[in-house]
Structure formats: C-alpha cells, structure tokens
Design a protein around this ligand. Structure first.
Ligand code: ZN
Ligand code: ZN
Length: 148
C-alpha cells in the first residue's frame, strides 16, 4: 500500500494542530501523517496512565512546536533512546521521537485540536495489552513493534 493511501486512511489533513491540556504548549504539522498506531506497550501505559495511547507519525521537518517543555528519555526494545516531550506546566505528553528514526515525530492523538476524523490504522505491542481493555480494531496488528 502506498504512503499516500495510508495517509488518506489516517484521516488528518494538514495543517494539523494540537495543544496540551493547559494550552501553554502547542504544535503544528504541515504534512500528512505517514503512519498511526494504538501502542499497547507497558511504557506507554505507565506514561499515560491508560491502557494504550494513540499516535500518528509525521515527517520531522514538517513539525514545529512552541511552549515550555520537559523531556523524558527511555530505551526502546530495539535499544534506541526514545525522548518523550511533555508540557512543563501541565505534564501533557505531546510527542515522542526515537533516536532510531529521527526523520519522524510521533504525536499523541489525544492532543489534537480536532481529533474527530483521526483513525489509528494499527495496533502495536498487542502482546503487552492491558487485560482490562479490548484493543480497538485496526487494519494492521502486531504483537510487538514491526521492523521498519
Ligand atoms: Zn500544558
Ligand atoms: Zn508504546
């Protein structure tokens, strides 16, 4: 499936805007997402306090943000450092970036100004999914993180 048709499935049209809960940090994506996920990994569960998080990946050069932020780093399963950026005032998790894929920014979909048309096209880390929540249906499903 081509990148263009995947982008169409994700349902977000640039420019894409989002912000944190308190509104002091915001971002803009000027290109369409190339991928979207529900991530069920233990790290995302801990960081969010929820059974999974939904996110979409955009080209890094198309992404900009403003506001005072704090960064938290953790290793990915593949051994890359993953940096998650939070609003410094309210703690909202806005986006994350892996040292193994610096050309992409992974944006947390619940921070969208308008999430009404967003579609997560995949589930990843289904092997770690919370026992108390049913993963949403998605077109692509992976027990772990698929190899890029
Ligand atoms: Zn905030
Ligand atoms: Zn995760």
């Amino acid at each position: 499936m081509s990148t263009d048709s995947l982008s169409a499935l994700i349902g977000l049209t640039p420019s894409i805007n989002g912000q944190c809960l308190c509104g002091r940090s915001s971002y803009i994506c000027r290109k369409s997402p190339v991928w979207s996920v529900n991530c069920h990994c233990h790290g995302c569960q801990k960081l969010s306090g929820a059974p999974f998080v939904s996110a979409f990946s955009v080209p890094a050069e198309s992404f900009g943000f403003t506001g005072e932020t704090i960064a938290f780093q953790r290793p990915s399963e593949a051994g890359h450092s993953v940096t998650t950026t939070h609003c410094a005032a309210c703690g909202t998790r806005l986006f994350a970036q892996s040292a193994g894929a610096r050309h992409l920014v992974n944006v947390f979909a619940s921070t969208l100004v308008d999430a009404g048309s967003f579609v997560a096209i995949s589930n990843v880390y289904l092997s770690e999914a919370a026992a108390w929540a049913q993963p949403p249906s998605a077109r692509f499903n992976f027990e772990k993180m698929p190899k890029a």
